[in-house]
Design a protein around this ligand. Sequence first.
Ligand code: NAD
Length: 355
Amino acid sequence: MQLEELNVGVLGAGQIAQAAHFVACRKAANVRLYAICDAAEDLLARMVTVHQPTTAFTDYDSMLSDPEVDAVVVAVADQFHVPLAIKALEAGKHVLVEKPMATSVEDAEALARAAERHQRVVLVGHEKRYDPGIAFAHDFIRDQIGELIGLKHWYCDSTYRYPMTDAVQPLIETGQKVVRPAGDPKADRRRYLVLGHGSHLLDTARYLGGPITAIRARLSTRADTYCWFLETEFENGCLGQLDLTVAVRMDWWEGFQVYGQHGSVLGKVFNPWYLRAAEVQCFSAKDRQFHQPLGEDADVFRLQIEDFAHAIRTGEQLRGSTPEDGVASVRGMVAVARAVESGDWVRLADVDGGL
Ligand SMILES: NC(=O)c1ccc[n+]([C@@H]2O[C@H](COP(=O)([O-])OP(=O)(O)OC[C@H]3O[C@@H](n4cnc5c(N)ncnc54)[C@H](O)[C@@H]3O)[C@@H](O)[C@H]2O)c1
């Protein structure tokens, strides 16, 4: 059956668009890379040559006024996500917004309200939910292991990450007039690392364990390393223990362990740019067997955009992060920051402001 393709316009031709979204749109069965928009003309011209969209724009408003654009991927700096995503919704477009959804609770909630008001699909780009190992673990936890007792999740970036990712990513091009936020967003390391990596950790932990209600945090900054150990309380009563460390002097080290009433789950997650499915072992006490998926398609960014297009076309629920999940992740990150300051438990429902 011929699938009706969704016309996607990608805003931003920077690192993530080049390493993920352009090719994902081109490979997706139900998507057409219809437009690319970047204010940097030289970069745009190069990306148009390589990826051959139907059309291209240097001006975002012009892309939004093109009636052929069904949906927009917002792939620009974190600080720009919310205003530019809301603009797209106001123009009647569906939105896939990169993570983190926002840098403050108020902005995240404003985007969630706009999605509701305009009745459009908004997907937050926590692509790890499309890792088939993580998805299998999620479904196994939901369907097989009953009450959750404890969840441990660790996300440790590697000091060798850049040589490793450079080896597998395309050469990233840049341009003369790229638009970036004022100042250096990387200058405040705590903030930058929590937004960049903590957003993934919190979303995956929440995806596996359910909503997180409170966080207590300790941070070590020894030896030029940022190491957060977090205690989390899940709404379902599960105990949580999360570790965010940037960077460990070893390989990328990410994984999880979940104890349930009728079984347990172990997961090893790989550097995301390897597009290698997490190795998960799901033990069921009912059949006393391990269940382990193998040979799955782990092209997470393509799976993400396909799920987005499918949800738009059919109205079916996303596997990926909804606006509500995006808000929860932002609340979680703000709670981590506040909990480090106070040394106390911080309830996610009580936090406001930003990072
Ligand atoms: N999902 C992931 O695992 C992952 C990985 C890396 C980055 N990201 C996220 O992706 C986002 C983008 O990161 P990046 O490193 O690609 O950024 P970048 O700054 O390299 O690229 C952004 C591009 O957008 C363009 N741009 C910005 N505002 C514009 C506007 N108003 N009109 C036209 N063009 C505009 C800039 O000129 C630039 O070329 C960030 O939010 C980042 O957190 C996600």
